[in-house]
Design a protein around this ligand. Structure first.
Ligand code: LHQ
Length: 262
């Protein structure tokens, strides 16, 4: 098996690099399987307190590998829903449910499912030369991997529709202005800055960060009353954690807290 992804773990940060640069890191089944197993490890390994996702070479990810999808007119159409059911939907659900922060460092073009997997991460930073492309309309498809969910929530219905229908490349600076991206950096600063951010996150109260994900992602489907109840329940959990005790103790002792993530 080739290394379709590269994984390293340092200072509490698991860095996952999509590694099919000749194909702009587009997804084939092997890359899906390897990515999922890295994320499984991120979930189960207490030493990992933040995930950093990026791409090798000049692109972040160009979505599904289309060279595996060539069709003759006589071919029976393949069931794209089956691929989505098997790989993309479980991936996006798993990322959102992972009780640890996932930062995406978009190093180059993020197209099709690649753009939406970036948006499925908790925080997105990007290189100044990066871009986002809802490429689906160009090949007669609809945005998947959560695109039709994330885009309207992040940028509003009108912009989401234009991004999907026009399928124009959105430069990173525009994506930042619209709120798809937290920050952009000069290309050579992207990985040092993203790594520093992740190392910082890996020192934070991981359990509380996981609960924050749960609350913020639930907000879109909840009424205010439901959300207030959820906040109460999650605060009850956070309030029982060793990191809460440490945070308050450190505050009262006028020192920096040392969080263990528990
Ligand atoms: C690629 C790809 C690619 C293979 C670049 N595949 N080789 C889910 C379920 C099931 C099926 C269908 O889809 C989905 C979800 C999806 O993701 S659908 C959307 C799939 N993605 C796209 O439509 C994007 C296709 N790529 C592009 O439009 C361009 O490559 C972009 C705009 C991303 C980059 O353009 P350039 O910077 O001009 O690069 P390039 O086009 O020259 O690509 C570089 C190489 O990467 C090239 O290979 P070559 O051997 O000629 O150097 C491309 O063929 C290859 N590549 N994307 N998705």
């Amino acid at each position: 098996m080739s290394d379709s992804i590269l994984v390293s773990i340092d200072s509490g940060v698991q860095t996952i690099t999509l590694n099919r640069p000749d194909k702009l890191n587009s997804f084939n089944p092997e890359m899906h399987t390897q990515l999922r197993s890295a994320l499984d490890r991120a979930k189960s390994d207490d030493a990992i307190r933040c995930v950093l996702l990026t791409g090798a070479g000049r692109g972040f990810c160009a979505g599904q590998d289309l060279s595996e999808r060539e069709m003759k007119e006589s071919d029976t159409p393949r069931d794209l829903g089956a691929t989505i059911e098997k790989y993309y939907n479980p991936l996006v659900k798993f990322m959102q449910a992972l009780p640890k922060p996932i930062v995406c460092a978009v190093n180059g073009v993020a197209a099709g499912a690649g753009a939406n997997i970036a948006l499925a991460c908790d925080t997105v930073v990007a290189a100044r030369s990066a871009s986002f492309l809802q490429a689906f309309a160009k090949i007669g498809l609809v945005p998947d991997s959560g695109g039709t969910y994330f885009l309207p929530r992040l940028v509003g219905t009108g912009r989401a529709m234009a991004l999907a229908m026009l399928a124009e490349k959105l430069p990173a600076a525009e994506a930042e202005r619209m709120g798809l991206v937290w920050k952009i950096y000069d290309d050579d600063k992207l990985m040092p800055e993203a790594t520093a951010m992740c190392r910082h996150l890996a020192t934070q109260p991981t359990r509380a960060l996981g609960l924050m994900k749960q609350a913020i992602y639930a907000a879109g489907g909840n009424s205010l009353a439901q959300q207030l109840d959820l906040e109460r329940d999650l605060q009850r959990q956070a309030g029982g954690s060793p990191d809460y005790r440490e945070g308050v103790t450190a505050f009262l002792e006028k020192r920096k807290p040392v969080f263990t993530g528990r």
